[in-house]
Ligand binder design. Structure first.
Ligand code: ADP
Ligand code: MG
Length: 331
């Protein structure tokens, strides 16, 4: 059974628009009917450019946002509909690691307090053994050396390891990794990525791995979901999706990834304003393959190959439509 099953997740933010005298509220839909599942011990990467709704998805999965619809089933129980006590128990099993260890760690707290905080919240105080174990798991050894340090006394990589120690100290099942290596130097990044792999092997953790970097997704994830403007446009096994991308957006992302060896597909225009998403397929204004229908109808999700799902009119079973014209640059 899946550890996590997300069904038709939709996240909106109320935003104020217009002059204050004519103040009105609108809703920005950051995540639009996104579905995926994450098996025990597996990793799913949410991939896409900044602003496509990855962090909102992660926060909604943890039950931290308002204006959320759909279902987030953790071991079959809906996080969005849990009562307080059950939600607290869920939060013991589901932790998050953020991008920026400089911001996410309280500069006034010593490592022992930072890593001990989750234990205190869940009334498991005074377990120095657990603290040391967590530091050791995160590769901070010997733990005694780190316990009384403040974040500013540590390197960037060590700080992220402290954040990881705090995330695993309660022996969770699920970690949401929200761009956990995006702020780190390349040399440090590799060590942290390997740590995630090791921790998964040792602890049987499941990861929802949020990244804008396809190479990182390829390294860590069994499956990927590619997001564009709040919509999961392509999903499937990482190898399959990255070697046979079917959605034009995935193709474009891959083509600009360093070392892809593909011809670069530079997308026209910018990501549209999410408050005014384009009608039809949200990608159509930038899509080199767009046709009339794409601006009018929302493409349904089709299973192009077993487990490989795509939202594009011009992908049918197995392959892209062979009668399709080759992409034309749009001006
Ligand atoms: N607290 C918020 N209030 C209003 N809009 C928000 C808020 N957080 C995120 N957004 C908007 O939601 C969209 C998705 O954001 P986010 O989930 O942070 O994307 P990503 O993590 O992929 O960069 C963006 O358009 C962003 O501006
Ligand atoms: Mg984000």
């Amino acid at each position: 059974m899946s550890l996590l099953e997300v069904r038709e997740l939709t996240v909106a933010y109320p935003v104020a628009v217009g002059l204050s005298a004519f103040f009105s509220r609108r809703y920005l839909v950051a995540v639009d009917h996104v579905s995926f599942s994450l098996p025990e011990g597996g990793t799913l990467a949410l991939v896409g450019e900044s602003g496509c709704g990855k962090s909102s998805t992660g926060l909604a999965v943890l039950g931290l946002l308002e204006h959320v619809e759909g279902e987030v089933l953790f071991r079959g129980r809906d996080v969005l509909r849990m009562r307080e006590k059950e939600r607290r128990e869920f939060r013991r099993h589901a932790q998050i690691v953020f991008q920026d260890p400089y911001e996410s760690l309280n500069p006034k707290m010593r490592v022992r307090t930072i890593v001990g905080e989750p234990l205190a919240i869940h009334r498991r105080r005074g377990e120095t053994g657990r603290l040391k174990e967590a530091l050791e798991l995160a590769g901070l050894s010997p733990p005694e050396y780190f316990l009384d340090k403040y974040p500013h006394e540590l390197s960037g990589g060590e700080r992220q390891r402290v954040a990881i120690a705090a995330a695993v100290v309660l022996q969770p099942k699920l970690l949401i990794l929200d761009e956990p290596v995006s702020n780190l130097d390349v040399s440090i990044k590799a060590g942290i990525m390997n740590l995630f792999r090791d921790l998964q092997d040792q602890l049987g953790l499941s990861y929802l791995f949020i990244t804008h970097d396809l190479a990182d997704a390829f390294f860590l994830a069994d499956e990927v979901a590619v997001m564009y403007l709040g919509v999961a446009v392509e999903k499937g096994e990482t190898d399959e999706v990255l070697s046979h991308p079917l959605h034009p957006y995935t193709e474009a992302l891959l083509s600009v990834a360093p070392g892809s060896g593909r011809e670069k597909l530079i997308l026209a225009g910018d990501v549209p304003d999410p408050l005014h998403p384009p009608p039809g397929c949200r990608f159509h204004p930038r899509c080199p393959r767009a046709r009339g229908r794409c601006s009018e109808e929302v493409p349904p999700e089709v299973e192009a190959a077993p487990g490989h799902r795509v939202r594009c009119f011009y992908v049918s079973r197995g392959e892209r439509d062979p009668h399709l014209e080759e992409p034309k640059p749009i001006h």
